[in-house]
Write a protein that binds this ligand. Structure first.
Ligand code: AMP
Ligand code: MG
Length: 412
């Protein structure tokens, strides 16, 4: 048996980012970009107006005010998207819309609200500084700037930047294809009302959802009987995937054959059993170079093991650098006693109370009690060496989602 830390190390050295693929930027949100993107041009491309108003020479309205307005001749209209044909000379102005390129000769733009149009002239009620209301060429991005860095997970703002620079396609790390198999003679498919002694295969679905949450692609290989030949067949079918996950059959039961079959096929098992609860019976190895996680069958164990080991691996395969869940410190509402040697993960709901976080355990912690996982947004992590957690003491909580940082309504 190895520690969670050792298991993670042993697992993660086997994973590196998959190859790159070119995709449309509309599909690229959340993906990790595999190239540095440099700006091929300035944004904005030319000096332009930040307002609807009048482009003019600030010297012409130097002393203008409500009491001493200045009259200028309107020589042209410049809507956005068109270019001026005339140059602004002394005593002249051009009507200009936001985003339109500044005409030659103008060095300032006056807000429409500070003017009044009178036929072919405009009365200006204010003075202006040089460069007022002008957006300069390259003030956002200069040609050659590094705008999106290789290795960043793309967010909407990055997608907008890529679009602004005319990049419709980018290279991102591929999504891993993950084959999911659930082993167990007791399992029936979701559409079947389970007869006595049977249960619905729910693990395949929770695992598929976890795989998708990591940005990877689940491939549902269904239920596999607790027979060595069936297991071998299933693993063979899964060899085209980037990663295989099985659930069940890794414990010490008479029909727990996953680790035996892994061992038989090319001596493929790296380790079996991790010092954690839930999730002790975990087997990790590779078959013909394809990594395989033999997760435990109990619904909570399978999900918790996925969280600790499969999720970081899948994120690493997609080029992510931040591959671990966020942890926070919270005050625990419960007390625990345990033997040393094992790391415990206790399902809890974490809430913010005034200026601190509070972790409330979600009831029965049995590894088959899926309800306690449904209610949880975090896992209290109790270290190997700890034996006693007192009520009210501070604990580390691994967050399973970002619900803690979202609010239901505006706090007015
Ligand atoms: P095992 O690790 O194969 O001994 O499975 C332990 C327990 O987990 C079984 O007795 C089932 O109750 C449950 N279990 C195993 N596989 C699944 C599954 N695919 N979906 C739901 N529960 C399962
Ligand atoms: Mg089983």
């Amino acid at each position: 048996m190895i520690s969670v830390e050792e298991a993670l190390k042993t697992i993660l050295v086997n994973f590196r980012p998959l190859g790159l693929e070119k995709i449309n930027i509309l599909e690229a949100r959340g993906r990790v970009i595999g190239e540095d993107v440099f700006a091929p041009r300035n944004i904005p491309s030319a000096n332009n107006s930040a307002r609807d108003g009048y482009a003019l020479r600030c010297a012409d309205i130097k002393d203008a005010s409500r009491e001493k307005p200045v009259k200028l001749k309107i020589i042209e209209d410049i809507p956005a998207g068109t270019l001026a044909v005339k140059k602004i000379k002394k005593g002249e102005a051009a009507r200009i819309m936001t985003g339109a390129v500044l005409p030659e000769g103008a060095d300032s733009v006056v807000h429409q609200e500070d003017t009044m149009k009178e036929g072919k002239t405009v009365i200006v009620y204010t003075s202006a500084e040089k460069s007022e209301n002008i957006r300069f060429a390259g003030e956002d991005v200069r040609t050659g700037d590094l705008v999106v860095k290789k290795g960043s997970a793309l967010r909407p703002a990055d997608i907008g930047m890529l679009a602004a620079l005319g990049r419709a396609f980018v290279s991102v790390y591929q999504k891993p294809r993950v084959a999911i198999m659930s082993t167990g003679d007791e399992l029936v498919d979701i559409e079947i009302e389970p007869p006595p002694g049977k249960i619905v295969n729910s693990n395949s679905f929770s695992l598929a959802a976890q795989v998708m949450e990591c940005g990877a692609i689940p491939i549902m290989l269904g239920i596999v009987k607790d027979k060595k030949t069936d297991l071998r067949e299933a693993f063979k079918t899964a060899l085209h995937a980037d990663l295989m996950i099985s659930s069940g059959g890794v414990s010490v039961g008479d029909f727990d054959f996953v680790k035996n079959v892994m061992g038989e096929i090319g001596n493929a098992m790296h380790f079996w059993r991790v010092a954690m609860r839930p999730g002790k019976p975990l087997a990790f190895g590779a078959i013909e170079g394809v990594p395989l996680f033999g997760l435990p069958g109990n619904p909570v164990s399978s999900m918790v093991s996925f969280e600790q080991f499969v999720r970081p691996s899948l994120l690493k395969m997609q080029g992510h650098k931040k591959i671990f869940r966020q942890t926070i410190q919270a005050v625990c509402n419960d007390e625990f006693q345990k033997n040393p040697g094992f790391r415990h993960f206790i399902r809890a709901v974490v809430k913010k109370e005034k200026d601190r976080y509070v972790a409330i355990t979600t009831g029965d912690q049995g590894s088959g009690i899926l309800k306690s996982m449904v209610a949880a947004n975090g896992l209290i992590v109790i270290g190997e060496e700890e034996t006693r957690i007192k009520k009210g003491s501070e604990v580390t909580v691994q967050l399973l989602d970002d619900s803690l940082f979202r609010s239901e309504s505006l706090q007015l």
